[in-house]
Design a protein around this ligand. Sequence first.
Ligand code: XMP
Length: 516
Amino acid sequence: MHDKIIILDFGSQVTQLIARRVREANVYCEILPCSVPLATLVDPNIKGIILSGGPASVYAPGAPTIDPRVYAGGVPVLGICYGMQITAHVGGGKVAPADHREFGRTEITVDTANPLFKGLAAKQTVWMSHGDRIESIPGSTVIANSSNCPLAAVTVPKLAFWGVQFHPEVAHTANGVTMIRNFLREICGCTGDWRMGSFIDEEIARIRTQVGDQRVILGLSGGVDSSVAAVLLHKAIGPNLTCIFVNNGVLRKDEAAGVRKLFADSIGINLDYVDATDRFLAKLAGLTDPEKKRKAIGYEFIAVFKEEAERLKKNGGGHVKFLAQGTLYPDVIESTSVHGGPTSVIKSHHNVGGLPADLGLGLVEPFRFLFKDEVRAIGKELGLPDSVVWRQPFPGPGLAVRIIGEVTRERVRVLQDADAIVRAEIATAGLEREIWQAFAVLLPVKSVGVMGDERTYEDTCALRAVTSSDGMTADWAKLPYELLGTISNRIINEVRGINRVVYDITSKPPGTIEWE
Ligand code: XMP
């Protein structure tokens, strides 16, 4: 086993960044709620503990706290911001509201002889964000200070504790990465030999231990997370994995065939393909309100998936005991309380919407501590093609939210054809990775045109292409005019039913990426 760092989460917005920095230093880490039972922390592989920041005041009623025995194990502990304040608080020190909230870039002077600051200059720019200040910590030695913050960083040798009042995990702390690396290497003695490849091997071993010879089902959407999860599970348990792929009738052109070809034919995964097109289109008939369309698809998906899972359970002779999901760390953290306990459930809309409890299946979530780009790296390592690893996000309700107005079989066909042209031309132009998403939207707006000698009266297609780093904000993409021209010509010439193409130049905010 590799060295392991535990990050105890006190609710900071940037706890996940700490995890990222640790893994970037090639050390494996896990994030646990700060209230985790002490026994969980008794593990010879744990080489260090990091206490995250948090929004509370340590002296506020109900503020998250820490079991002082955490410091008694001899494992080095690094407290960041709240993590340092709570250490002062439980150790008999004094924390009080500061006169001025300290926020933003700050110059500090560090003790370069301390291993935490090894290799760094005495003057450092760091990012502060706290309203309370530490006035004393018993047994501490100051190792960094600023004019406003006399205890910017300390050590408490008796507790093997290092504390910083700033955030080394954020990019604004210029040498934060070095400080975290120093904590891991110089103080905890981690070897830094962890790689994504090691993650794959360890996770396969963990999955095998968790599920034994029971069977696992996985909802495969064709997206990055569920695809990589499917391949990892397949590697771990082979034929004991069955993937359920539901064709909801609003997938992109050739999507269902592509998923079957790759996962069933090439990789050899048990794939249960459910063509529920008719069911979904029947539910969508007559609906034009975006929310109603989304809900209809969500409910029907759960219904189909449940039926299929029940059928597999029955046929599996009671051996189907687990549901695997490609849940990512950001999904987990949004639904986990810093106090731990029963709230650590997956968001109800995630993946297969609240199915686990209903189905009475255990959960297998190999990526619960990972970020999207890390999952992409695993997919690459597992040999998945770029077309899957770099697939653009695609909404669960599929083309239904890109067909404005009623969704009919014919309109799905029209949009699938237009969308396929957009994707092909973006790929030919080599812009797939630069563009976050590029797609066509079918509008219920007819206009007059002329083709050959004939007058046409057909629908309008809007092109949507955006750049973004996370989908939360986005800019409309400045696609070259020639490319826009090619896409427009091809759609009008090749797609029956569209005679006009327009380009959407709205950024997010105020727009959204999808039209519905
Ligand atoms: P909006 O339209 O809100 O979309 O700017 C932001 C990102 O989320 C995707 N999206 C969805 N993904 N289920 C999903 O899995 C959905 O219901 C859904 N709606 C939007 C969208 O494609 C974009 O990447």
